[in-house]
Ligand binder design. Structure first.
Ligand SMILES: Nc1ncnc2c1ncn2[C@@H]1O[C@H](COP(=O)(O)OP(=O)(O)OP(=O)(O)O)[C@@H](O)[C@H]1O
Ligand SMILES: [Mg+2]
Ligand SMILES: [Zn+2]
Length: 253
């Protein structure tokens, strides 16, 4: 007879046996009784931080394990994956973040989100991580121009996050006023030694009509990135076009 489905639900909802739901446990250390935060409370904190991190649904499935070395002609896949894995392993010991560069669909956001999620799930104490899309951030800041909201309120959680993914750096249309605020975000994290993972479609060299990253975000931001980040370049082809388009059902969440 198949097992009743309710059983699994019941087991996940039972009260923690270590602390009986209080979130605190008594432990004995060298004959002294100490009160400690229970493991289950840490689990709840992690869950809350992950929910607040702003990771787009489309990228929640991304892990380093699911990053395929699908193109044998592209050595940058393995090299970049190894560097991101090393970043995760060392976190928070190394104060350098990553600057993932490459053209569309090469896996930059996948790797950045995978690193962010693995660190938020595994590291103790729990890490306050955040994901922000550059274009969306620029729009949000621009909407505060009429005084309806405060750009500081938008930037504060991004400035204060232990680990920030700033995706698509340099994308979209910016104004000098918005660039000043973005400089303030990057520079404050730089001054505070907070770690940031950047992704960008722009390279350090302008090609034809395409501007360079410096053209897009100003020399003073680009210059700080040299110090804040290790530069990783994905030089391969578009995974979306070559792998996802042919898959049944097309893009997956
Ligand atoms: N090597 C890979 N293994 C598995 N999935 C991959 C790989 N590369 C990319 N993908 C998947 O392909 C899609 C596109 O990748 P991703 O969004 O990371 O590209 P990107 O470099 O950030 O592109 P863009 O510059 O357009 O933002 C995602 O669904 C991602 O999970
Ligand atoms: Mg991307
Ligand atoms: Zn407990």
């Amino acid at each position: 007879m198949p097992m009743a489905k309710t059983e699994t639900t019941e087991t996940t909802e039972t009260t923690c046996t270590l602390c009986e739901g209080t979130g605190w446990t008594l432990i004995e250390e060298e004959g002294v009784e100490l009160v400690r935060r229970c493991e289950c409370a840490e689990g709840r904190t992690r869950q809350r931080l992950l929910e607040q991190a702003g990771i787009p649904a489309r990228y929640r499935h991304c892990t380093l394990d699911s990053f395929e070395l699908w193109n044998p002609e592209d050595p940058t896949l393995a090299k970049t994956l190894r560097a991101v894995q090393e970043f995760v392993d060392l976190y928070p010991a190394d104060d350098k973040g990553l600057l993932l560069m490459g053209s569309v669909g090469t896996g930059k956001t996948h790797l950045a989100v995978a690193a962010l999620q693995q660190i938020m799930r595994e590291k103790t104490p729990p890490v306050r991580g955040r994901f922000a899309d550059f274009t969306a951030l620029v729009l949000e800041i621009q909407m505060t121009f009429d005084g309806s909201g405060s750009s500081r309120d938008i930037l504060r959680p991004l400035i204060e996050a232990d680990l920030l993914v700033l995706d698509e750096l340099g994308a979209g249309k910016t104004t000098p006023w918005v660039m000043d605020l973005l400089y303030y975000l990057v520079n404050t994290r730089y001054l505070e030694g907070r770690v940031t993972l950047f992704t960008t479609n722009f390279s350090d060299f302008a090609r034809g009509q395409t501007e360079s990253l410096t053209d897009r975000v100003s020399a003073r931001i680009r210059s700080r990135l040299y110090e804040m980040c290790r530069r990783l370049e994905l030089r391969g082809r578009d995974y979306r076009a070559e792998r996802l388009a042919s898959r049944e059902g097309g893009l997956h969440l």
